[in-house]
Design a protein around this ligand. Structure first.
Ligand SMILES: NC(=O)c1ccc[n+]([C@@H]2O[C@H](COP(=O)([O-])OP(=O)(O)OC[C@H]3O[C@@H](n4cnc5c(N)ncnc54)[C@H](O)[C@@H]3O)[C@@H](O)[C@H]2O)c1
Length: 377
């Protein structure tokens, strides 16, 4: 019988749902030494949090996260709140000896992230950050292929994360659902929200980034603030593009915006090596595009690999070859990996320390955009 791992979830929005689903499903598909037990969920609205608890099967509720992190019957705290609460909750959870699964970005900035790393390291508690795109089977497969060295010398890495949901000037900022537009809650705009994902995947696949040059734009300068009722300056970046050097000598090109009309969540990445190239697209997430220059000339071209076979990452846990899985499975994979790492007494990457690297790059990007200068990470 797997041992229980008693979960305390804070925040029941979008991520609260994806994580709850992952905890409920993981032992049906993975053979694990631990089983998540949905012990408590916390949010400020007592009625809504009770309804969430009964829908997803949490045993109890809290309306103050401080109470949740102090509870003796909780082993792991899952932080699914807006970014401005990650640090405070993580520090309190670590001080109470809890394991921590924290949503991305780790923190509002590098200084906060460093404090969080020190807190979990001092407490010696297992920790991980939900950069879930690493756990799309096609992206994990890209990592495996790149690590064999098959691509040869790497020249280019490029990534996009494009959305269009904030184009209306009537959209307010702040409060429920719109905290992403409020710099005080989000820290930054697309840089910390979307590019953080692209950066995490990039440094995992292609190694560290040494320096960056960036530009950002805030297209709508003022918006009504839901919490104050007043029209206030918008402090986030609506769009960001940056160039960078990787330590392996390759060049990086990244773009993210919430103003690309027609795009809802277009995350694409491409890596070009001397011998081969790889492409991936979130809208076709179960496929990996692969070009191998060593192929015989008359049939050489881009291959679209349908990543559903049992010998491809994670897929033997699911259905039969040819049947694909989706977005929610990336969170199930992260829980499975966390529980396996726990059983093996190993870290589950990206740890807080790994995720701090992304934070440093985000800070360098924002600094470069403000100074109009190349900036070292
Ligand atoms: N890994 C990913 O792909 C991914 C996707 C979306 C969001 N995120 C991250 O997840 C986090 C949450 O984002 P979301 O989209 O779920 O937001 P959301 O707005 O849907 O949910 C946020 C939740 O936090 C709760 N909350 C706010 N203040 C609180 C407090 N003081 N005490 C308790 N609960 C509080 C809200 O009630 C809400 O339930 C953010 O850090 C975000 O960057 C990650």
């Amino acid at each position: 019988m797997p041992k229980p791992l008693r979960i305390g979830l804070i925040g029941y929005g979008f991520m609260g749902r994806t994580h709850s689903n992952a905890y409920r499903q993981v032992n049906q598909f993975f053979d694990l030494e631990y089983r998540p037990e949905l012990k408590a969920v916390c949010a400020r609205d007592a009625e809504k949090v009770k309804a969430f608890a009964s829908q997803w099967g949490y045993e109890s509720v809290e309306t103050d996260w401080r109470k949740l992190v102090e509870r003796q019957d909780i082993d792991a705290v899952d932080i699914c709140t807006p970014n401005n609460l990650h640090k405070e909750i993580a520090l309190a959870a670590a001080a109470n000896g809890k394991m921590i699964l924290c949503e991305k970005p780790l923190s509002m900035n590098t200084a906060e992230g460093e404090e969080m790393c020190q807190a979990v390291e001092k407490a010696g508690v297992p920790n991980t950050v939900w950069y879930n795109y690493r756990r799309v089977p096609a992206v994990t497969l890209a990592k495996q292929i790149i690590d064999t060295g098959k691509l040869g010398r790497i020249f280019h890495y490029r990534a996009n994360f494009l959305q269009d949901w904030t184009i209306s000037a009537d959209l307010p900022q702040g409060g429920t659902a719109l905290w992403r537009l409020d710099a005080a809650a989000a820290g930054s705009g697309v840089t910390g929200d979307l590019l953080a994902h692209c950066i995490d995947t990039a440094i995992w696949l292609n190694g560290s980034i040494t320096n960056v040059t960036a530009m950002t734009e805030t297209f709508i300068k003022e918006r009504k603030h839901n919490l104050t009722g007043k029209v206030e300056k918008v402090g986030i970046d609506d769009a960001c593009a940056f160039l960078c050097h990787f330590a392996n000598g390759s060049l990086g090109l990244f773009e993210s915006t919430r103003y690309a009309r027609g795009h809802k969540a277009l995350y694409t990445l491409e890596i070009n090596g001397e011998n081969a190239s790889i492409k991936w697209d979130l809208h076709d997430l179960h496929r990996l595009q692969w070009f191998d220059h060593k192929d015989e000339g008359i049939v050489r071209g881009w291959r679209s690999v349908h990543v559903t076979d049992g010998d491809q990452p994670y897929m033997k846990q699911w259905w039969v070859p040819g049947l694909q899985i989706g977005y929610e499975h990336t969170f199930i994979h992260q829980v499975a990996d966390f529980l396996q790492a726990l059983a093996a007494n190993k870290p589950c990457p990206p740890t807080f320390r790994d995720a701090l690297e992304t934070q440093k790059i985000c800070d360098a990007v924002l600094k470069s955009a403000a100074n109009h200068q190349w900036t070292n990470v």
